[in-house]
Ligand binder design. Structure first.
Ligand SMILES: *[C@@H]1O[C@H](CO)[C@@H](O)[C@H](O)[C@H]1NC(C)=O
Ligand SMILES: *[C@@H]1O[C@H](CO)[C@@H](O)[C@H](O)[C@H]1NC(C)=O
Ligand SMILES: *[C@@H]1O[C@H](CO)[C@@H](O)[C@H](O)[C@H]1NC(C)=O
Length: 295
């Protein structure tokens, strides 16, 4: 009986002369195997595997990128530190210019927090693998912010090329300090390294929405201008640092100080005028008549 069923099963196989029976059995067997593969049991097993690998990720956390604080004393050394002498690609720095009550009117807390969190986000972003992060606080670094002509709440993207005389490309982007998130910062960076198509940009620039979009766009710091902190005319002439100190001093003098200076000057001018109009007490009285004629 057993033998006969086996023979019976084999019959249709043998009947199809076009394909070898072995091929047919092989196809059936594979079909069977793939059915097994899709069984709930197998799916559960796969799910388990995925779950364990998912669980493993947090146990090996990504280290956040280091955020280096720039000061007037260290900024050039810090920015050029990762640059190799024979480098062919520029080293890229993303720097947040921030502040506290004096330079950001106390509105930079949100962007500071988003910036801190972005150190982790950038660490797990493949396109940012060689990006360096920096931070300038203009409340602490008034002179540096003057040197850079930097406003708070602005991201600076600096491409520092190999040998020092090569020009440094600087792009800046103002962030909305009331709404900014870590994602905004990461997106802004992605946009900088992967800009939207040119024609799209040209269209944007015309419309009303274009103006709004432009607000949140990257602006290039013209290296031909006077104030570019690396390649500008003033920096090359060595005048940018004295100027930075000058503007810092002007800002550091309190309002009453300026009033005092102004009143001092105006009083001394008044005195001189008075002296011209009224002859000194010791002058001879006769001199009073011809004096106005002199004037
Ligand atoms: C900043 O200003 C806020 C409100 O004016 C005040 O509460 C806070 O103490 C100030 N912070 C510093 C560091 O001066
Ligand atoms: C950001 O990180 C720095 C350094 O760890 C810390 O001093 C600062 O308070 C942080 N700022 C915010 C807003 O979390
Ligand atoms: C920031 O965003 C808020 C909400 O969209 C908006 O009301 C505000 O005007 C923006 N600020 C700036 C400086 O663009």
């Amino acid at each position: 009986m057993r033998f006969s069923t086996a023979a019976l099963l084999a019959l249709p196989v043998l009947a199809s002369a076009s394909e070898s029976p072995f091929q047919q059995y092989k196809a059936k067997f594979q079909n069977f195997l793939s059915n097994l593969g899709a069984s709930p049991l197998a799916a559960d097993k796969g799910g388990d595997d995925a779950a364990t690998t998912q669980k493993e990720i947090p146990t090996r956390p990504v280290e956040p990128k280091t955020i280096t604080t720039l000061t007037l004393a260290n900024w050039k050394d810090v920015l050029y530190e990762p640059v190799q002498p024979e480098a062919t690609h520029p080293e890229q720095w993303l720097v947040l210019v921030s502040g506290r009550n004096n330079t950001c009117f106390g509105k930079c807390d949100r962007i500071d927090g988003a910036w801190n969190a972005s150190a982790l986000a950038f660490a797990s972003l493949p396109s940012a693998s060689s990006l360096h992060l920096g931070y300038v606080n203009c409340d602490d670094e008034r002179v540096l912010c003057n040197y850079w002509s930097a406003a708070t709440g602005v991201l600076w993207l600096l491409d520092i090329p190999g040998p020092a005389p090569a020009p440094v490309e600087i792009r800046m982007r103002r962030m909305n300090t009331t709404t900014v998130t870590t994602e905004d910062i990461v997106e802004a960076y992605k946009e900088a390294i992967n800009p939207p198509p040119v024609e799209e940009e040209a269209q944007e620039a015309t419309g009303e929405e274009g103006q709004a979009a432009k607000k949140g766009a990257w602006h290039r710091y013209s290296p031909d201008g006077y104030f570019h902190p690396f390649d500008g005319k003033l920096a090359k002439a060595g005048l940018l640092l004295p100027l930075a100190y000058f503007f810092w001093a002007i800002n550091a003098i309190p309002q009453w100080g300026l009033m005092l200076i102004l009143s001092f000057f105006s009083r001394s001018m008044m005195n001189r005028r008075m002296n011209n109009l009224n002859p000194p007490a010791g002058a001879p009285g006769a001199g009073a008549a011809p004096r106005p004629a002199q004037n």
